[in-house]
Design a protein around this ligand. Structure first.
Ligand SMILES: Cc1ncc(COP(=O)(O)O)c(C=O)c1O
Length: 386
C-alpha cells in the first residue's frame, strides 16, 4: 500500500530527538528552529514527559469518556493555574482543527446563530467548519463552502463594526488568532482585540481566541491574546499542549453552559494524552518557560535586526517571522541542506521561527551564525546543495 501523497516532504529520516536537536539516520545533527511546526514546547523527549507517559502507559492508556477519568480534572486544575483562567471549563479533544470545530459549534449552540466572522490570511484547521473559517480556497472542498463565514481584513476595527451592524443579531462568533501563524506571523493589534471584545459583548456574540499556534506560552504570555488585557469567551489549544503527544483543548468561559451530548469524542482526554499534557504544564511552570520564551524571543529578534538582508522582523516570544527578499528565496532550503537547521515558512517569502520554549541562548546564537553564513553564501552565488 502506498501512502496518500499529500505532503511535499524533505528527504530526511529523523530517528532521534532531544531538546532543540534532532538526528537523522546517518547521525547528522539538526537544530530545530521549527519545533515540528510549533508543537515542541518543552523540548523533544523531555525526560519528565517521557517518564510520565511511560508510567501512565504501564497503568492504563485509554478508557472512553463513559467513565470517570480523574487525570482530566488534574489537567484542568493545573491548566487553570498556569493559564490564569481558573474559572473556565475544559473540553478535551485531539487536534487544533477539532478544538476550533468544537469552539465554533459551541458558539452556534450557545447563541442559536449561524454566522461567523473570520479574518483574511487566517488558518483554523481542515475539518469542515474550521476550514470554512480558513482563508485559503485551495483547501476548502465544495462541501465545506458556506455563506455563513464572513472574512474581514485583520486589524480593521471599522470593518468588524460595520459587519456587526449589517448582520444584526446573526453573528454567533468572531474567531481570531492572537498572532497569525500560517498567515506569516501577523499580530492582531491589542486595540483590535479590545474592539472585538466590546463588539461581541454589545452584540451577544462569542469571542473565540484561536491559540492553537500562538498559545501555550509561545508568545511570552500564556495566550497571545493576553497582551490585549482581555478575556475571550473560548480559547482553543493544541500544538504545544502535548509537546508532540496529540491532544487539543477548548477553554470555555463560565457563562457558556454545557449540556450532555452537546460535544463529544472517543479519544479526547484519554489517560495517556492527559499524562503528557500534565508533564508539559509542570515543566512550563517549574522552568518558567513562558518568561523564558519572552526573554529569548526578544534576544532573538534583537539579534536578527543586526543581520543584513532580511526584513520586517516581527512576532512575540518564540513566534518570530521575517521577510526574505527574492534574491534569498532559497534561504530556508539552504539552512536545511547546508547548515542542518530546520525553519518554517509562510508563502511566499516569510521564514517562521517556532523553536522549543526551552531553547538556549547558545542554540539561538548557533542559529544566527548559520543564518548569517547562509545569507553570505547565497549572496556570493554558492548553490544550494539539495
Ligand atoms: C492557528 C491554527 N489553528 C488551527 C490549526 C490546526 O491544527 P491541527 O493541525 O492540529 O488540526 C493550526 C495548525 O497549523 C493553526 O496554526
Amino acid at each position: 500500500m502506498k501512502l496518500f501523497d499529500v505532503y511535499p516532504i524533505n528527504p530526511i529520516n529523523i530517528v532521534k530527538a532531544q531538546g532543540s536537536y534532532v538526528w537523522d539516520e546517518n547521525g547528522v545533527q539538526y537544530l530545530d528552529m521549527y519545533g515540528g511546526h510549533a508543537v515542541i514546547s518543552i523540548g523533544h523527549t523531555h525526560p519528565l514527559w517521557v517518564r510520565r507517559i511511560e508510567e501512565q502507559l504501564n497503568k492504563i492508556a485509554f478508557y472512553s469518556n463513559s467513565v470517570q477519568i480523574p487525570i482530566q480534572q488534574e489537567l484542568a486544575d493545573k491548566l487553570g493555574k498556569v493559564s490564569g483562567k481558573q474559572d473556565y471549563q475544559l473540553f478535551l479533544c485531539n487536534s487544533g482543527a477539532e478544538a476550533n470545530e468544537n469552539a465554533l459549534k459551541l458558539a452556534s449552540f450557545h447563541t442559536g446563530r449561524k454566522k461567523i466572522i473570520a479574518f483574511k490570511k487566517s488558518f483554523h484547521g481542515r475539518t469542515s467548519l474550521a476550514v470554512a473559517a480558513t482563508d485559503n480556497p485551495a483547501i476548502v472542498a465544495p462541501v465545506n463552502e458556506t455563506d455563513n463565514v464572513i472574512f474581514l481584513p485583520l486589524n480593521d476595527e471599522k470593518a468588524v463594526q460595520l459587519c456587526f451592524n449589517k448582520n444584526e443579531d446573526q453573528i454567533a462568533a468572531v474567531i481570531v488568532e492572537g498572532i497569525q501563524g500560517v498567515g506569516g506571523i501577523i499580530e492582531a493589534e491589542e486595540s483590535f482585540l479590545q474592539t472585538i471584545r466590546q463588539l461581541c459583548d454589545a452584540n451577544g456574540a462569542v469571542f473565540i481566541a484561536d491559540s492553537v499556534q500562538c498559545g501555550y506560552g509561545r508568545s511570552g504570555k500564556f495566550f497571545a491574546h493576553d497582551y490585549a488585557g482581555i478575556n475571550a469567551d473560548i480559547y482553543t489549544m493544541a500544538k504545544g499542549m502535548g509537546n508532540g503527544f496529540p491532544i487539543g483543548g477548548v477553554l470555555i468561559a463560565p457563562h457558556i453552559k454545557p449540556k450532555h451530548g452537546m460535544l463529544g469524542t472517543t479519544f479526547g482526554g484519554n489517560h495517556l494524552a492527559c499524562a503528557a499534557a500534565l508533564a508539559v504544564l509542570e515543566v512550563i511552570a517549574t522552568d518558567d518557560l513562558i518568561e523564558q520564551s519572552r526573554q529569548k524571543g526578544q534576544y532573538l529578534k534583537n539579534r536578527l535586526k543586526t543581520i543584513d538582508g532580511i526584513e520586517n522582523i516581527r512576532g512575540k516570544g518564540l513566534m518570530v517571522g521575517f521577510d526574505v527578499p527574492p534574491a534569498l528565496k532559497d534561504l530556508k532550503k539552504k539552512l536545511l541542506s547546508d547548515f542542518f537547521v530546520f525553519t518554517g515558512e509562510a508563502k511566499p517569502n516569510v521564514i517562521r521561527l517556532l523553536p522549543s520554549l526551552a531553547i538556549t541562548r547558545k542554540q539561538i546564537d548557533e542559529f544566527l551564525e548559520a543564518l548569517k553564513d547562509a545569507i553570505e553564501e547565497i549572496k556570493h552565488g554558492e548553490t544550494v546543495t539539495a
